[in-house]
Design a protein around this ligand. Sequence first.
Ligand code: ZN
Length: 165
Amino acid sequence: MAEQVVNTPEETIGWAKRAQSVFTVPKPTRFVACGCAECSDHQQTLLAADVETVTLSDLGHSALNPLNFATPAGLKYYFPALVRLTLQYAEEEILQALLSVLRDGRGGKNPFWESSTAGQRNFVADFLGHIIETHAGELDLAGVTDEVLWAYERWSQDSRSESVQ
Ligand SMILES: [Zn+2]
Protein backbone atom coordinates (compact mmCIF):
# COMPACT_ATOMS: atom_id res chain seq x y z
CA MET A 1 0.00 0.00 0.00
CA ALA A 2 1.40 3.38 -0.94
CA GLU A 3 2.00 5.70 1.96
CA GLN A 4 0.51 9.13 1.53
CA VAL A 5 3.10 11.85 1.15
CA VAL A 6 2.66 14.12 4.13
CA ASN A 7 5.18 16.82 3.34
CA THR A 8 4.05 19.57 1.06
CA PRO A 9 6.77 21.35 -0.97
CA GLU A 10 6.35 24.29 1.44
CA GLU A 11 7.17 22.07 4.40
CA THR A 12 10.24 20.72 2.63
CA ILE A 13 11.43 24.25 1.87
CA GLY A 14 10.67 25.30 5.44
CA TRP A 15 12.78 22.49 6.93
CA ALA A 16 15.60 23.14 4.45
CA LYS A 17 15.62 26.84 5.30
CA ARG A 18 15.62 26.07 9.02
CA ALA A 19 18.55 23.72 8.45
CA GLN A 20 20.45 26.45 6.63
CA SER A 21 19.84 28.89 9.47
CA VAL A 22 21.29 26.36 11.94
CA PHE A 23 24.18 25.06 9.78
CA THR A 24 25.51 28.44 8.72
CA VAL A 25 28.85 27.40 7.31
CA PRO A 26 30.55 28.82 4.23
CA LYS A 27 31.24 26.36 1.42
CA PRO A 28 34.60 24.71 2.20
CA THR A 29 37.25 24.57 -0.51
CA ARG A 30 38.27 21.10 0.69
CA PHE A 31 35.62 18.52 1.58
CA VAL A 32 37.76 15.42 2.09
CA ALA A 33 40.91 15.06 4.16
CA CYS A 34 42.35 12.22 2.08
CA GLY A 35 44.04 12.80 -1.30
CA CYS A 36 43.68 9.33 -2.89
CA ALA A 37 42.07 8.97 -6.33
CA GLU A 38 38.69 7.91 -4.96
CA CYS A 39 38.54 10.75 -2.45
CA SER A 40 39.64 13.21 -5.14
CA ASP A 41 36.57 12.16 -7.15
CA HIS A 42 34.37 12.83 -4.12
CA GLN A 43 36.13 16.16 -3.62
CA GLN A 44 35.29 17.11 -7.23
CA THR A 45 31.63 16.10 -6.84
CA LEU A 46 31.17 18.05 -3.62
CA LEU A 47 33.02 21.10 -4.90
CA ALA A 48 31.13 21.18 -8.20
CA ALA A 49 27.70 21.07 -6.53
CA ASP A 50 26.31 23.32 -3.85
CA VAL A 51 23.86 22.95 -0.99
CA GLU A 52 20.93 24.46 -2.91
CA THR A 53 21.31 22.46 -6.09
CA VAL A 54 22.94 19.15 -5.21
CA THR A 55 20.79 16.24 -6.42
CA LEU A 56 19.91 12.80 -5.16
CA SER A 57 22.13 11.25 -7.83
CA ASP A 58 25.10 13.30 -6.56
CA LEU A 59 24.62 12.02 -3.01
CA GLY A 60 22.40 8.98 -3.07
CA HIS A 61 24.79 6.12 -3.71
CA SER A 62 24.78 4.48 -0.28
CA ALA A 63 28.32 3.13 0.11
CA LEU A 64 29.77 5.51 -2.47
CA ASN A 65 28.01 8.58 -1.10
CA PRO A 66 30.72 11.26 -1.27
CA LEU A 67 29.55 12.64 2.07
CA ASN A 68 30.79 9.42 3.71
CA PHE A 69 34.27 10.79 3.03
CA ALA A 70 33.63 14.41 3.99
CA THR A 71 35.05 16.33 6.94
CA PRO A 72 32.63 17.61 9.63
CA ALA A 73 32.78 21.08 8.01
CA GLY A 74 31.77 19.54 4.68
CA LEU A 75 28.93 17.63 6.34
CA LYS A 76 27.66 20.78 8.02
CA TYR A 77 27.71 22.61 4.72
CA TYR A 78 25.69 19.88 2.96
CA PHE A 79 23.38 18.85 5.81
CA PRO A 80 20.54 21.18 4.69
CA ALA A 81 20.63 19.40 1.31
CA LEU A 82 20.20 16.03 3.04
CA VAL A 83 17.17 17.50 4.86
CA ARG A 84 15.68 18.73 1.58
CA LEU A 85 16.30 15.49 -0.33
CA THR A 86 15.10 13.29 2.54
CA LEU A 87 11.73 15.04 2.63
CA GLN A 88 11.51 15.19 -1.15
CA TYR A 89 12.17 11.48 -1.77
CA ALA A 90 11.91 9.67 1.59
CA GLU A 91 13.15 6.42 0.03
CA GLU A 92 15.88 3.99 0.92
CA GLU A 93 18.80 5.56 -0.95
CA ILE A 94 18.48 9.01 0.62
CA LEU A 95 17.56 7.62 4.05
CA GLN A 96 20.73 5.51 3.96
CA ALA A 97 22.73 8.58 2.89
CA LEU A 98 21.27 10.54 5.82
CA LEU A 99 21.96 7.74 8.31
CA SER A 100 25.48 7.20 7.07
CA VAL A 101 26.47 10.72 8.10
CA LEU A 102 24.69 10.52 11.48
CA ARG A 103 25.81 7.12 12.77
CA ASP A 104 28.87 6.54 14.93
CA GLY A 105 32.10 5.48 13.29
CA ARG A 106 34.84 3.20 14.50
CA GLY A 107 35.22 3.03 18.28
CA GLY A 108 31.92 4.87 18.79
CA LYS A 109 33.49 8.10 17.58
CA ASN A 110 31.27 10.56 15.79
CA PRO A 111 33.23 13.62 14.63
CA PHE A 112 30.13 15.21 13.07
CA TRP A 113 28.21 14.97 16.37
CA GLU A 114 31.26 16.07 18.35
CA SER A 115 31.83 19.14 16.21
CA SER A 116 28.18 20.15 16.24
CA THR A 117 26.79 22.83 18.54
CA ALA A 118 23.89 22.13 20.91
CA GLY A 119 21.65 24.02 18.49
CA GLN A 120 22.79 21.88 15.57
CA ARG A 121 22.23 18.66 17.54
CA ASN A 122 18.78 19.89 18.57
CA PHE A 123 17.93 20.56 14.97
CA VAL A 124 19.05 17.09 13.84
CA ALA A 125 17.04 15.48 16.65
CA ASP A 126 13.97 17.59 15.79
CA PHE A 127 14.29 16.68 12.14
CA LEU A 128 14.59 12.96 12.91
CA GLY A 129 11.58 13.27 15.23
CA HIS A 130 9.69 14.86 12.35
CA ILE A 131 10.42 12.07 9.88
CA ILE A 132 9.62 9.43 12.53
CA GLU A 133 6.22 11.08 13.02
CA THR A 134 5.38 11.86 9.43
CA HIS A 135 7.20 9.21 7.37
CA ALA A 136 6.85 6.07 9.48
CA GLY A 137 5.59 4.11 6.46
CA GLU A 138 8.55 5.08 4.28
CA LEU A 139 11.02 4.32 7.08
CA ASP A 140 9.50 0.85 7.46
CA LEU A 141 9.55 0.29 3.72
CA ALA A 142 13.24 1.23 3.59
CA GLY A 143 13.96 -0.99 6.62
CA VAL A 144 15.58 1.85 8.57
CA THR A 145 13.09 2.47 11.39
CA ASP A 146 15.33 1.09 14.15
CA GLU A 147 18.35 2.96 12.90
CA VAL A 148 16.48 6.26 12.63
CA LEU A 149 15.20 5.79 16.19
CA TRP A 150 18.76 5.07 17.29
CA ALA A 151 20.03 8.22 15.53
CA TYR A 152 17.24 10.23 17.14
CA GLU A 153 18.44 9.10 20.59
CA ARG A 154 22.09 9.68 19.67
CA TRP A 155 21.56 13.21 18.43
CA SER A 156 19.30 14.03 21.39
CA GLN A 157 22.15 13.20 23.79
CA ASP A 158 23.45 16.18 25.74
CA SER A 159 21.96 18.39 23.11
CA ARG A 160 20.29 20.64 25.63
CA SER A 161 22.88 20.61 28.39
CA GLU A 162 26.23 20.63 26.64
CA SER A 163 27.46 23.57 24.65
CA VAL A 164 30.12 22.93 22.05
CA GLN A 165 31.70 25.77 20.18
ZN1 ZN B 1 41.00 8.46 0.18
